[in-house]
Write a protein that binds this ligand. Structure first.
Ligand code: ZN
Length: 379
């Protein structure tokens, strides 16, 4: 098989293994079998592979190629897990139709992972004087425990996360903050409203204020990410039709731009509630942050950005565009560990959707580009 055929065959094998994240879907397969495949494949082509399994059934694999010589170390990172397969037809049977391969995880992101592994092998065979590490990590689709643990086992001079970017070089992505806002009321019989406080109606002005805040956020757009946004994602409250509700719980997701911190968002919500309280002194509302993930951004002129641009010029015939991704990814953790990071992966569509596919010529181009980038960066 040629290297181009190898990446498609490896992708086919990866897609055929169920690796649905069990933190998302009860009793799902997890990463054990796919981690074993990656380690077996790596050993079979002469690369060292180490399975790390801090939580039983949730392993990551660290594959090492090249030499620990004078050259630099490049980390290629992809996740092993996928989201669930509800509503899909034959999600684990990779099906090729024209230039596309269909199946759960083809696009997000087993094609990127296959390209990274092939690049590790081919850069090693090309005789680089540095090291290429592939971290094939667990649990990106839930809590990112895999990458956080892998980072305790490795370091690198730069990293490429091979999530799908349509063969563009992504130098930024947004973060997010989840905030719960709890409004307290007082239960009473619906016929005696003077004895109660309606927590759901009290939440109304907060929703209006959040909508106004979302409008204001539009005025400051990041060059590749656009504006920060928020949405009201969950709301619960009430007991029954004839009872004044004593509690309303609202969850807001705020997507953050590079430079915005979790504390900034916390203050923004606290100030918003304070303004609502000024208008309604009886309002009893508190907020708390339940989960936060940092945004990510790298300097446009970082060496890894230039190396990847040169590699795309060599393999794609033109310099790949610089872009930002709307989604959050493990890149934020890698960058936070002090490793300059970019995202670069193949084209396709249907991440987390019922019909998911990846472009095969694009996957081959991705593998070639990663090989070229590793060959120059690690020499
Ligand atoms: Zn992904």
């Amino acid at each position: 098989m040629t290297p181009d055929e190898d990446v498609v065959e490896l992708l086919r094998q990866l897609v055929a293994i169920d690796s649905v994240n069990p933190s998302l879907v009860a009793d799902a397969a997890g990463e054990r079998h796919i981690a074993e495949l990656v380690a077996r494949w790596a050993n079979g082509v002469g690369l060292a592979a180490e399975i790390i399994e801090p939580v039983s059934g949730r392993p990551s694999v660290i594959v090492r190629g090249g030499t620990r010589g004078p050259g630099r170390t490049l980390l290629l990172c992809g996740h092993l897990d996928t989201v669930g397969t509800a509503g899909m037809r034959d999600p684990l049977t990779p099906r090729v139709d024209g230039d596309r391969m269909y199946g759960r995880g083809t696009y997000d992101m087993k094609a990127g992972l296959a390209a990274a592994l092939i690049a590790c092998r081919d850069a090693t065979d090309a005789g680089i004087t540095g090291e290429v590490i592939v971290a094939a990590v667990a649990d990106e689709e839930h809590s990112s425990t895999g990458v956080q643990h892998a980072l305790q086992h490795l370091t690198a001079d730069a990293a490429i996360v091979t999530e799908p970017t349509e063969l563009a070089i992504a130098t930024a992505h947004k973060g997010f903050v989840w905030t719960e806002i709890e409004v307290q009321g007082k239960a009473a019989h619906g016929s005696r409203p003077h004895l109660g406080v309606d927590a759901i109606l009290k939440t109304g002005p907060i929703l209006v204020a959040l909508n106004e805040l979302n409008e204001r956020l539009r005025s400051a757009a990041h060059p590749t990410l656009g504006p920060a946004t928020l949405h009201a994602s969950l709301i619960t409250g009430g007991i029954e039709e004839s009872t004044i509700p004593d509690r309303c719980l609202l969850t807001v997701e705020r997507r953050t731009l590079p430079g915005e911190t979790t504390a900034d968002v916390g203050r923004e919500i606290t100030d918003l509630l304070a303004a609502c309280r000024d208008a309604d002194p009886d309002l009893n509302a508190i907020s708390r942050t339940t989960l936060a993930r940092e945004p990510f951004q790298i300097d446009r002129d970082a060496p890894i950005v230039h190396a990847l641009e040169a590699a795309t010029l060599a393999t794609l015939g033109q310099r790949a565009p610089i872009t930002g991704m709307s989604y959050w990814a493990d890149s934020a953790f890698i960058a936070a560990a002090g490793i300059p990071t970019v995202l670069f992966g193949p084209p396709g569509d249907g991440a987390h959707a019922e019909i998911e596919w990846v472009d095969l010529p694009g996957t081959i181009a991705c593998a070639r580009t990663l090989t070229a980038a590793a060959s120059t960066f690690c020499s």
